[in-house]
Design a protein around this ligand. Structure first.
Ligand code: PEP
Length: 248
């Protein structure tokens, strides 16, 4: 089954000025979205500004949402608010949210259900830390499976994209080799085939994230189970356009 590639830019808590934000938005608008879905995940403060200024069909995909809705959830964003702003996608489960904001698999499963029930789409991040990677594929997959187990009933290729992001590769400049990434993507797909359905496994898109850049994107994107990238650092640079071009 042909899967449409998807590349996202996670700007995290950047940039620090509106003039730099305008430059980043120009970069997004320079991406070719004809053969590849593109999304950008700005800081919450910048989401509505980006909604107005991104004009090339790229999606604006907030980096988080709450688990329940509007009301007494100080500091949070509800998907009802996003829908009202015509936002269609939200990213959850980033390793930084898991690490610094104590997001658990149970909480993330609740968030995913809430997102899908609201009719929105989701990029769901998973990935192992260095000690598991050093033990090999089995230990790596044990982590990925533990992060997928509670959401397996919610996996739908039309509505969910998995971002496989080995934590040791995020922001470190150390990229998974094409062999490591392909092997893990294939293992995730095989697990989905056995635990959800063959159809879901064949259709669901799995992005790679972890120090992806314009240099390594061509080799990684040639791998049969890699359907695009979630890009952090390089999404703050003009080369993001080249990463999108590499997979298109
Ligand atoms: C990320 O933050 O999701 C990410 C992959 O970052 P980087 O590309 O900088 O490793």
């Amino acid at each position: 089954m042909a899967r449409r590639p998807i590349v996202g830019g996670n700007w995290k808590c950047n940039p620090d000025s509106m003039s730099k934000l305008d430059e980043l938005i120009t970069n997004i608008n320079n991406c070719d979205t004809s053969k590849c879905d593109v999304y950008v995940s700005p800081s919450p403060l910048h989401v509505t500004y980006c909604m107005d200024k991104v004009t090339n069909g790229a999606h604006v995909c907030p980096q988080n949402c709450n688990f329940k809705g509007c009301g007494a959830y100080t500091g949070e964003m509800a998907v009802e608010q996003m829908k009202d702003l015509k936002i269609g996608w939200v990213l959850i489960g980033h390793s930084e949210r898991r690490e610094y904001f104590a997001e658990t698999d149970t909480m993330l499963a609740q968030k995913l259900k809430y997102i899908l029930d609201a009719g929105m789409k989701c990029v769901f991040c998973i990935g192992e830390k260095l000690p598991e990677r050093e033990k090999g594929l089995e230990a790596t997959m044990a982590v990925c499976i533990s992060q997928l187990e509670q959401i397996k009933g919610l996996l739908d290729p039309e509505k969910v994209v998995i971002a496989y992001e080995p934590v040791w590769a995020i922001g470190t400049g150390v990229t998974a080799t094409a062999e490591q990434a392909q092997e893990t993507h294939a293992a995730i797909r095989k697990w989905i085939a056995g635990n959800v359905s063959e159809e879901c496994a064949a259709g669901i898109r799995i992005q790679y994230g972890g120090s992806a850049n314009a240099k390594n994107a061509p080799e990684l994107s040639a791998c049969p189970d890699i359907d695009g990238f979630l890009v952090g650092g390089a999404s703050l640079k003009p080369e993001f356009v080249d990463i999108v071009a590499a997979i298109s």
